[in-house]
Design a protein around this ligand. Sequence first.
Ligand SMILES: *Cc1c(COP(=O)(O)O)cnc(C)c1O
Length: 221
Amino acid sequence: MAVVEATITEACKAAGRTREELTLVAVSKTYPASDVRLLASLGVRNVGENRDQEASAKARECADLGLTWHFIGQLQTNKVRSVVGYADVVHSVDRPRLVTALSHEAVRAGREITCLVQVALDDDPGRGGVVPAQVTTLADAVAEAGGIRLGGVMAVAPLGQEPGRAFARLREIAEAVRADHPEAVVISAGMSGDLAEAVANGATHLRVGTALLGRRKPFVR
Ligand SMILES: *Cc1c(COP(=O)(O)O)cnc(C)c1O
């Protein structure tokens, strides 16, 4: 935790930004609820998960902690009802059907969910996200739907590309979205290996797993 904080602080200094501009989302996927508790005791308030089954159980076990839960994985519409039950922020909104489903379930549950449009910065459809040309249309749909609010954008840096370039592109896309939706200020970018590049390119949210909790065991999806 101290090492990650030092890395973020250093990246902020290099970019001429302040630590307060950044939200650390601790990605606890594959780690037990006891680790979420540990992170919370060290000051973590935002937790990220990418699979509903695992996330819903952990959120239940940690309900007393009052944490903010971020859903960061690819989301099937049949999981939306469950996710809306515990998640405050969904980072992975990448298609109109998902917007409709999130809106419907959020209204039904009487909740307001912050949604980020996930941008595909490469041509690998397996990793989720909408192509840049369709981001504004999807952002408009989120902004217009009930029960959900447009928070901004999210991306994962493409494999084998310089992350700084990818995040510079994401920042341009975020600015285009914000021109129409001033409230959409979130840029969720940066993971353990590329958080400095994300900070340098205007990220507001960092999703950090490995650097906090260690290497995850590989698992088959
Ligand atoms: C797992 C995951 C992260 C965290 O990655 P680390 O390299 O472990 O920090 C961030 N974002 C998404 C979408 C993830 O699935």
